[in-house]
Design a protein around this ligand. Structure first.
Ligand code: ASP
Length: 598
C-alpha cells in the first residue's frame, strides 16, 4: 500500500508516530511560512502542516500544490496546538507534520468546487460525474446505498433466501412500459428485450423449487422520464413459495424496519405499518400512494350539494362526477392572488377550477379589531345558509380556515385535490421531513378499463392473481374483482409493489383472454410460462422494492439521480460518455439494420 492509514483514522493516541497518507488535496491554505493542506480520501480529511523549519524540501513542494492534486505524504502525528482543534472533524484533534511530499498526479482546475456544497448545474455534474462523486454529499449517498444493499443481502440470506442472477438479454416482460430492444446478429430480424423486471424468471425459479429467491436486479423501462424515474433502475426483486399475502407483507415490514434502524437515525411514524384498501386511500387522499405524515384529508360533499343552486356542483353530481374538499387549517387569510395560484396548480392536473370558502373569525367589537364574521367564498352566494353550514361542518371548518374544493370527473377530482393536498402539506410544513411514514395499500381493482383500446388491462401485471372470492366476478362483472396485490408506500412514494401470482394454467389463460391477449399471441410470448405451470407449480408470490427510491428517501434527497452513481439525464442520455451514440455502417450491417425510416 502507498499509505499506512486512511485520512479518517488518526487520533491523539497516534501522537509521535510516523505515518504515510495518500489522497487528494481538498483545500490549501498558504501562510507563506506555514502551508496547511486538508488531505481527503473516501474516509475523511486530515490536516497536514508543512513547515520550512521541519523540512524545507517538502515545504517547497507543498507550495506547488493545487486543489485535487493526488499526493503521498509521510510525516509525524502531533496534537494540534490548544485552541486550534476542530471538533467538526473526526481527526480534528491532531495534524500531520509533513516530512516528505510526493505529487502522484497533478489535476486540472475542476469545473466546480469539490470542497463546497454549493449548487452546481446538474448537467455539469453529470458531465463530470467522477468529480461530482468526490463531493461529500454524493459520497454519503453512495455509502448509504452500499450499506442498505449489504444489509438487505445479509438479512435475506439469514432468512433462507438465495440470490440468483437472471438474464439481461431476454424476452419481453410487460410491466406496462415500452421495452428496450437489442437486435440479434446471429438471428437476423430478431430482437432480445431487456427485462422490465425479472418477473417471469423469478416465477420460474419458484417452479424450479428454490422456495425463496432474491436479486438486486437491474430493470429497464423505456418511458418518459420524471423526477423519480430512470430508464434503468434497481429493484430488490423477491419471490417466495407456499405463502399468502400476509407472509410477504410481514417479511418486508421486518426488512424495512431493520434497514431503517440500522442505517439511519430517522424515526418511523407507525409500526406495524398501517394498511389501507385502495378504495380508502383514494377516498381519503385521492391517491394510491398516500402521504400519511399529515392529515388535511379529502372529504366528499356530493350528497350535500347535489340539489344546490351552484350549477358547477349540481351538474357535476348529475353527470356522475365527484366533489371533494380539503380544509387548509388557519389559512383563511389567503389573498385572491394566492388562491388564483392554487387554482392554476389544480388546473395543471386537469381540474377546471378551484372553488373556495374562507371562514372569517367571529365578529368582534371595533375596540377588538372589528372583524365582521361570516364567510367569503367563490360559490356560497349560490347556496342556502344551511347548505353552507353543512359543508363547513362536514369539513370541520372553524374560523380562520380555508376550504378548497374540486368538482370534476372522479379521477380528475382525486388527482387534482390529492396533489394539492401534498403541495399544501409541504408549503405549510405540516410534517417533520425527517419522519418515515410507511403504509400498505391493498385490495386494488384487479383490472382497469382501457378506454382507448376498449378492453381490460391488468392493474398490476399479467401474472397477478385475483382474490379467490372474486374469481366468479371475472365472468359477471370484471371491473369489481379485486387482485391479490399490495403496494408499500413511503412518504407518498410507491416504494414496492408485488402480488400473489396465478399458479394454475386455466386461470392464467382466462386472464390472458380477459385482457384481450389472444391465446396464440399469449402462447408466443409466454408459452414457456404456461407450459411450466403444468409441471407442478407451488403457490407463490413476491414483491419488488425499488432500491433507488428507498435510498433516496432514506438519504432525504429530492430525486433518485442523487443516489445513483452514473444516472441518465432527464432525456435518458449519459452526459459523461455521450450515450446513446451513432454506430458505424458495418455494425448496422452486422445487425441487419437500415436507418432510413423517417
Ligand atoms: N415485477 C413487479 C414489478 O416490477 C413486482 C412484483 O410483482 O414482484 O413491479
Amino acid at each position: 500500500m502507498l499509505r499506512t492509514h486512511t485520512c479518517d483514522q488518526l487520533r491523539p493516541e497516534y501522537e509521535g508516530q510516523s505515518v504515510t497518507l495518500a489522497g487528494w488535496v481538498h483545500r490549501r491554505r498558504d501562510f507563506g511560512n506555514l502551508i496547511f493542506i486538508d488531505l481527503r480520501d473516501r474516509w475523511g480529511l486530515t490536516q497536514i502542516v508543512f513547515d520550512p523549519d521541519v523540512n524545507a524540501t517538502a515545504h517547497r513542494s507543498a507550495g506547488e500544490l493545487r486543489n485535487e492534486y493526488v499526493v503521498q505524504v509521510q510525516g509525524r502525528v502531533r496534537r494540534r496546538p490548544a485552541g486550534q482543534e476542530n471538533p467538526a472533524l473526526a481527526t480534528g484533534e491532531i495534524e500531520l507534520e509533513g516530512h516528505t511530499l510526493k505529487i502522484l498526479n497533478k489535476a486540472k482546475t475542476p469545473p466546480f468546487d469539490i470542497n463546497k456544497e454549493a449548487m452546481v448545474d446538474e448537467g455539469l455534474r453529470l458531465r463530470y460525474r467522477y468529480l461530482d462523486l468526490r463531493r461529500q454529499r454524493m459520497r454519503r449517498n453512495i455509502m448509504l446505498r452500499h450499506n442498505v444493499v449489504r444489509h438487505i443481502r445479509n438479512f435475506l440470506s439469514d432468512e433462507g433466501f438465495v440470490e440468483i442472477e437472471t438474464p439481461i438479454l431476454f424476452k419481453t416482460t410487460p410491466e406496462g412500459a415500452r421495452d428496450y430492444l437489442v437486435p440479434s446478429r446471429v438471428h437476423p430480424g430478431k430482437f432480445y428485450a431487456l427485462p422490465q423486471s425479472p418477473q417471469q424468471l423469478k416465477q420460474l425459479i419458484m417452479v424450479a423449487g428454490y422456495d425463496r429467491y432474491f436479486q438486486i436486479a437491474r430493470c429497464f423501462r423505456d418511458e418518459d422520464q420524471r423526477g423519480d424515474r430512470q430508464p434503468e433502475f434497481t429493484q430488490l426483486d423477491m419471490e417466495m413459495s407456499f405463502v399468502d399475502r400476509d407472509d410477504i407483507m410481514a417479511l418486508i415490514e421486518r426488512l424495512m424496519i431493520s434497514v431503517v434502524k440500522n442505517n439511519t437515525d430517522k424515526p418511523i411514524l407507525r409500526e406495524p405499518f398501517p394498511r389501507l384498501s385502495y378504495a380508502e386511500a383514494m377516498a381519503r387522499f385521492g391517491r394510491d400512494n398516500p402521504d400519511i405524515r399529515f392529515g388535511m384529508e379529502l372529504v366528499e360533499i356530493n350528497a350535500l350539494v347535489a340539489n344546490s343552486g351552484f350549477k358547477v356542483f349540481s351538474d357535476t353530481v348529475a353527470a356522475g362526477g365527484l366533489i371533494k374538499g380539503l380544509n387548509a387549517k388557519g389559512q383563511g387569510h389567503y389573498s385572491r392572488k394566492q388562491i388564483d395560484e392554487l387554482t392554476d396548480f389544480v388546473k395543471d392536473f386537469g381540474a377546471k377550477g378551484l372553488a373556495w370558502l374562507a371562514i372569517d373569525p367571529p365578529p368582534t367589537p371595533p375596540s377588538e379589531g372589528g372583524a365582521k364574521g361570516g364567510v367569503r367564498s367563490s360559490f356560497a352566494k349560490f347556496l342556502s345558509p344551511e347548505e353552507t353550514s353543512a359543508i363547513i361542518k362536514q369539513l370541520q371548518g372553524e374560523p380562520g380556515d380555508l376550504l378548497l374544493f374540486v368538482a370534476d370527473r372522479p379521477a380528475v377530482t382525486n388527482e387534482a385535490l390529492g396533489r394539492l393536498r401534498v403541495e399544501l402539506g409541504q408549503r405549510l410544513n405540516l410534517f417533520d421531513p425527517n419522519v418515515l411514514a410507511f403504509c400498505w395499500v391493498i385490495d386494488f381493482p384487479f383490472l382497469v378499463w382501457n378506454e382507448e383500446e376498449k378492453r381490460w388491462d391488468p392493474s398490476h401485471h399479467l401474472f397477478t392473481a385475483p382474490m379467490d372470492d372474486d374469481i366468479p366476478l371475472l365472468d359477471s362483472d370484471p371491473g369489481r374483482a379485486r387482485g391479490k396485490q399490495y403496494d408499500l408506500v413511503l412518504n407518498g412514494y410507491e416504494i414496492a409493489g408485488g402480488s400473489i401470482r396465478i399458479h394454475q394454467r386455466d386461470l392464467q389463460e382466462k386472464v390472458f383472454g380477459l385482457i384481450g391477449l389472444d391465446i396464440e399471441e399469449a402462447k408466443r410470448q409466454f408459452g414457456h410460462m404456461v407450459e411450466a405451470f403444468e409441471y407442478g407449480t407451488p403457490p407463490h408470490g413476491g414483491i419488488a422494492p425499488g432500491i433507488d427510491r428507498l435510498v433516496m428517501l432514506l438519504a432525504g434527497e429530492p430525486n433518485i439521480r442523487e443516489v445513483i452513481a452514473f444516472p441518465k439525464s432527464q432525456s435518458a442520455a449519459d452526459l459523461m460518455a455521450g450515450a446513446p451514440t451513432e454506430v458505424n455502417a458495418q455494425q448496422l450491417r452486422d445487425l441487419h439494420i437500415k436507418l432510413d425510416l423517417e
